[in-house]
Design a protein around this ligand. Structure first.
Ligand SMILES: Cc1ncc(COP(=O)(O)O)c(C=O)c1O
Length: 354
């Protein structure tokens, strides 16, 4: 049962919905619950404000912190909808298992999302492509030092309006010194530390004029993994290929949806190991014609350049037919213009157990 403590005054009227910077504007309320004595308790939605954290908090010292990123949309009838929320719950729990944190029952996750979005529906920007970004987060809460799993945890969900995302084509460089994830590591988990580790190599790439890194495997620096906060796809000889998930790649929900969507549309798709040298050869032969990233933020994002070992694979001449199709179909499904064959779009429940 979620206890709702509404604020007396909303800040929604102060938001310029035509001009929303990503990640900076939070809605009025957030969801919070605690894991104590082996059970989830204190389920509440209340005013979003700073929370007191002890300096000895285990998450800060040893990194037990995992999160999710998902979106609520308004369809063309003004109804609030979610995209495959149960998959975010499953991925959160997969991350929790890897980081030795407690799983959160799917019912609590979904009830928290539905209740918060329902309460904050005025915060969902109405334009097509705009959304209310939802950030579920779980952190350790024990106040003690020593490397061990925490006994107490907190799970929270914040909501942030975000504008329509028109990603500009991105320029990538393969990373041949640093790694994002190794076999047996935590690359498949959405763990906060994975992002911290990527910041320095990403900064070096930016200094060289690239937008993001294309990560390669940790052993041979040969097999493509993913990009920044996106999974990656290549169009080779009309076939759509993406690296298979072997434990080092985040299992993107947009990736999974894109694979099925393209199959439905008659494309041949393949999940397999992709050798960077194969990409170079296929590019030289004129068969590698398009590259794009997928993720909750951008849906699908054009890749205009991949630099590897002194060689540029440029796609500036491409008109990105597959990238655009994926974006049009997924945005269209959320807006209600494109048929949702697989039941990926869920209306936000109006009646929630309070
Ligand atoms: C490292 C990484 N890879 C891929 C993705 C794309 O995943 P999704 O499609 O579930 O947003 C994300 C974003 O969550 C990410 O952070």
């Amino acid at each position: 049962m979620i206890r709702i403590l509404p604020t007396s005054q909303s800040n929604v009227s102060q938001v310029d919905f035509d001009n929303i910077p990503f990640g900076k504007i939070f809605s009025d309320h957030f969801f919070s619950c605690d894991f104590e004595n082996g059970a989830w308790t204190n389920l509440e939605i209340k005013k979003l404000e700073p929370i007191p954290i002890h300096p000895g908090n285990l998450a800060w010292h040893y990194g037990q912190a995992i999160f999710e990123g998902m979106k609520a949309f308004k369809n063309k009838d003004g109804q609030a909808v979610l995209f495959r929320p149960e998959l975010h719950s499953e991925r959160l729990n997969a991350s929790a298992r890897r980081l030795c944190m407690p799983e959160l029952p799917k019912e609590i996750f979904l009830e928290a999302i539905h209740t918060l979005v329902n309460l904050e529906s005025a915060w969902i920007p109405p334009q097509k492509g705009a959304a209310l970004y939802l950030r579920p987060l779980m952190i350790a809460m024990d106040e003690a030092l020593g490397v061990r799993p925490s006994e107490k945890y907190r799970f929270m969900v914040m909501a942030l309006p975000v504008g329509p995302y028109y990603p500009k084509p991105v320029k990538l460089i393969t990373e041949q010194t640093y790694i994002r994830a190794a076999d047996g590591g935590v690359g498949e988990a959405k763990a906060a530390g994975n992002y911290a580790g990527s910041l320095y190599p990403a900064k070096l790439a930016k200094e060289k004029g690239y937008d993001q890194l294309m990560w390669l495997d940790a052993k041979e620096f040969k097999y493509v993994q993913e990009v920044g906060t996106m999974n990656i796809f290549f169009v080779i000889d009309g076939k759509v290929v993406t690296p298979k998930t072997t434990g080092t790649i985040l299992k993107g929900i947009t990736r999974r949806s894109t694979l099925l969507l393209l199959q439905d549309l008659g494309y041949e798709v393949e999940e397999r190991l992709i050798d960077i040298n194969e990409l170079v050869e296929e590019y030289k032969a004129g068969r590698f014609t398009e590259a794009f990233g997928t993720g909750t933020a951008a849906v699908s994002s054009k890749i205009s350049l991949i630099h590897h070992d002194g060689f540029d694979m440029s796609f500036e001449q491409s008109d990105y037919p597959v990238t655009s199709l994926v974006k049009e179909q997924l945005d269209g499904m959320r807006f209600g213009d494109v048929e949702d064959k697989h039941g990926w779009i869920l209306p936000v429940k109006q009646e929630v157990a309070i």
